[in-house]
Design a protein around this ligand. Sequence first.
Ligand code: MRU
Length: 348
Amino acid sequence: MKVEGRDYRTVWMEGNTVCLIEQNLLPFEFKIFRAENHRDTCRAISSMVVRGAGAIGATAGYAMAQAFVESGDDRDYVETARRQIENTRPTAQNLFYAVERVYNAGRHSIDQAVNEAHQIADEDAAACKTIGELGNHLIEDGSSIETHCNAGWLAFVDYGSALSPVYAAHHSGKQVFVYADETRPRGQGARLTAWELKNENVPHAIIADNAGAHLMSQGMVDLMIVGSDRIAANGDVANKIGTLEKAIAARHYGIPFYVAAPVSTIDFDCASGKGIPIEHRHQDEVLYQSGPNAEGKLEKVRVSSPGSDALNPAFDVTPAELVTAIITDQGIFKAEQLAALKNSQHDE
Ligand code: MRU
């Protein structure tokens, strides 16, 4: 994707340094974060310099590759690094998928570990491009689409999942309008999705998290597309907190509710959503907000009653029965078709 006319990926590697678009500063400042070793990269993942399933996955793969390069063949170093990377964020399936692949490749040679990490990043971008092409067929000219959180190119290596069909529709000349849920507490919709859509000249409006059902009741939403951090084998979908409420509202108003994700997000070993670990993050994300002050300097301010604590589950699970279909890089599937998809993966 382009930022001010220049092509960028969300994550890439230069030498043994992992380079990331610093998402905590967006949309106010565009800056590249350079993680010189796997520990820096782990901190970048847990502090959400990089976030979103595919981007986390590619970054974790690079972190594992960094660890092999740093290890000088010290196996204990690699094992400790693997545990550290896997402990950064528990919900995103792509993290575990990428670490496993790079770890296995690194058993043969350090070069193979690095090549595997690059391969995962390239595959992620290609998968998201395909999701866009397939998902575009579900979008009619003149559609209004609601989305939650950010599942655009910033959440992947490129293109995005939920926003990829929107970009494909827009570029193919269809009129589309996007309602971007603000997505408290971190504001990925208001900050990141809105920034992406503005860069791509896609007409859109940010809506408060609690406005979606009202818009649906007024006939203002034709379909909803969201991303996913992990999909269980039965089609239950973990995604950013608040997704479940939207799916319930969409079902009530008869609005198609699509989930877009590469097959690498499906955890075929996890039988149902009950097995998906839900990350709980620090309460300050709910109690405080940050933004530029009058001088343009980023400032953190309390937006809640002093003395109250907060609860901050970062994800929820939408049961498969509320999901119209899952748009993947290998086709568009109903939950009950995932078993066949699993078998086809194992046949390859
Ligand atoms: O906590 P985050 O920002 O890493 O959350 C992940 C997400 O971006 C969303 O849940 C998204 O909708 C699915 S991942 C592309």
